[in-house]
Structures are given as C-alpha cells and as structure tokens.
Design a protein around this ligand. Structure first.
Ligand code: 5GP
Ligand code: ZN
Length: 115
C-alpha cells in the first residue's frame, strides 16, 4: 500500500504531522526521533508505506537501498563516520510504529550486544 490513513509516519511523510526533517529524497524522509537515545537519533523512513524492513525490501528493494544511503548521508552531515542502524521488527523486538523505519544512532559509545 502507498499510504495508511492511520499511520503516524505516513502523516509525517505527508507533512500532516510536524517533524524535524533533516533529509528528504524522492524515496525517503529522515527526521529526528522525538525521544532521542543518543546525540544523533534520526529515523529514516520510506515514503511508501510498508510495515517493516523485510516488507519494504520485497515491495521495492531500491527503497531499502535508499534508506541505507540516506542514513550515511545524515550521519556524515553531522560529522559522524561511525553510526548504528536499527530496524526493530515486531512488537517483541520493541517495534511500536508499523511503518518501516531505520534508527540512525551516533554520538555515544555503542555497546555490544545491544540491549
Ligand atoms: P520503534 O520503537 O517502532 O522502533 O521506533 C519508533 C520511534 O518513533 C521511537 O523511537 C519513538 O520515539 C519515535 N516516535 C514516536 N512518535 C513520534 C513522533 O510523533 N515524532 C517523532 N519524530 N518520533 C516519534
Ligand atoms: Zn505509514
């Protein structure tokens, strides 16, 4: 589906809900997380609504590629060569918004394994 009327991130993509947008392209929109977990915490979302990264990859692999390229650009624009990308997938993995989104996290020490 292209957009879901009840989806928060579709509303941000459409400009109907305000967000601090830091990057925009034909396929993606990137905006700051409302509850940042690091000095840089941006969400990169495809304009096209799908519920998770695998669904996006199946529907249009170029959307997923654009997400990764956008994430690098967003990090680089704020001076970060090193960053973490996270796609929480499923409620059991802490996904709370069911529109594909990549967390771009940088600016603090990353631990492994992740929490
Ligand atoms: P998830 O838990 O699904 O992986 O990530 C959803 C993210 O969306 C969370 O980190 C949460 O802070 C963020 N978020 C939820 N509502 C809003 C909002 O209205 N605006 C922005 N910018 N971020 C949001
Ligand atoms: Zn959506």
């Amino acid at each position: 589906m292209s957009a879901d009327a009840d989806c928060l991130f579709c509303k941000i993509v459409a400009g109907d809900v305000p967000a601090d947008v830091v990057h925009s392209s034909e396929r993606t929109v990137a905006f700051r997380d409302i509850n940042p977990q690091a000095p840089l915490h941006v969400l990169v979302v495809p304009r096209h609504h799908e519920p998770n990264a695998a669904a996006t990859a199946s529907a249009d692999p170029l959307d997923l590629a654009e997400i990764a390229i956008t994430a690098r650009a967003v990090a680089a624009a704020e001076g970060y060569d090193d960053y973490r990308l996270v796609f929480n997938t499923g409620a059991g993995a802490q996904q709370t918004v069911f529109h594909t989104h990549c967390h771009v996290i940088a600016g603090r020490e990353s631990t492994w394994p992740p929490g």
